[in-house]
Design a protein around this ligand. Structure first.
Ligand code: 0O2
Length: 250
């Protein structure tokens, strides 16, 4: 290559470097924007988790038992967000993500009894700053495969120093038994090349029906036990409640 050719190539190289730098900056900007968006969802999880924990404490003081057996949370990974956007045929923009994905912030609430599910759902959605966007009751109307759970899509405000962001989250509420079924079904579903898939589906559905029956029985046993408890004096009731308040302060 002679000197002239090198000189002629120089401006294009510089131009390419410029474009490369611009692209890199745009990429960094997009990444930063995405991370900031994820931070909002992560904060929404914390907000809702705290609300659920407070409700659990309140019920504990009132009834001496915890309706919530456990809370699991998860923030959808960047890959899962990208996959879901691609599946929906949507461009990967902040606006599209916010408007079309409901489950980036996910909370799974595991309850002891079926009636606890509705008690928690009603108490959460009755709160002033929570807006219920959608409710799917797969307990009243189980999925064809036997999946049971109550799904709520809600928004919650997240308060930052200079602005407030309204963020969507998905709250799945189910009993310990429903969760046991859903976890194992999810695991089995993703096993590749299963023989007799129809037979497995039928067996899973049967298990789901047995679980629903067990849940109903456990609730009726608890109600029977509650109603057959001996009458306490007013003084005893106050002392018991005082003990529970003390315990929940620990
Ligand atoms: P992951 O990893 O658990 O989040 P949408 O999310 O609105 O586009 P859809 O199907 O309308 O999709 O929502 P739906 O019915 O509310 O279900 C969403 C979530 O419920 C799923 O999330 C699962 O967590 C759970 N779910 C729904 N159906 C089943 C089922 O048949 N078996 C099991 N085990 N879980 C189920 P993801 O995104 O699939 O997965």
């Amino acid at each position: 290559m002679d000197k002239l050719e090198t000189l002629q190539n120089l401006p294009r190289e510089i131009l390419n470097q410029d474009a490369l730098l611009k692209n890199a900056n745009m990429l960094l900007d997009t990444m930063l924007d995405f991370r900031e968006l994820m931070l909002c969802y992560s904060c929404a999880i914390k907000e809702i988790r705290t609300k659920l924990e407070i409700l659990d404490k309140e019920f504990e003081v009132q009834t001496s038992r915890n309706p919530i057996a456990g809370i699991q949370t998860r923030l959808k990974s960047q890959t899962s967000v990208m996959e879901k956007m691609a599946r929906k045929g949507l461009e990967f923009t902040r606006e599209n993500i916010e408007n079309n994905l409901n489950d980036i912030a996910g909370l799974r609430v595991i309850c002891s009894y079926v009636d606890d599910i509705y008690k928690i759902a009603d108490a959460l959605t009755a709160q002033d700053d929570i807006v219920l966007i959608e409710k799917k009751d797969y307990i009243q109307n189980p999925k064809e495969n036997g999946y049971r759970s109550l799904h709520l899509i809600v928004t919650v405000p997240v308060f930052f120093a200079e602005h407030t962001k309204i963020v969507r989250a998905e709250v799945q509420i189910r009993t310990i038994a429903m969760d046991f079924w859903a976890s194992l079904e999810h695991e089995i579903k993703y096993k590749k090349s299963i023989e007799n898939p129809e037979q497995i589906s039928q067996k899973l559905k049967k298990c789901s029906e047995m679980i629903a029956y067990t849940d109903a029985m456990m609730q009726s046993i608890r109600m029977q036990a509650d109603s057959s408890q001996g009458e306490e004096s007013e003084e005893d009731k106050i002392f018991q409640k005082l003990k529970r308040v003390d315990k929940s302060l620990e």
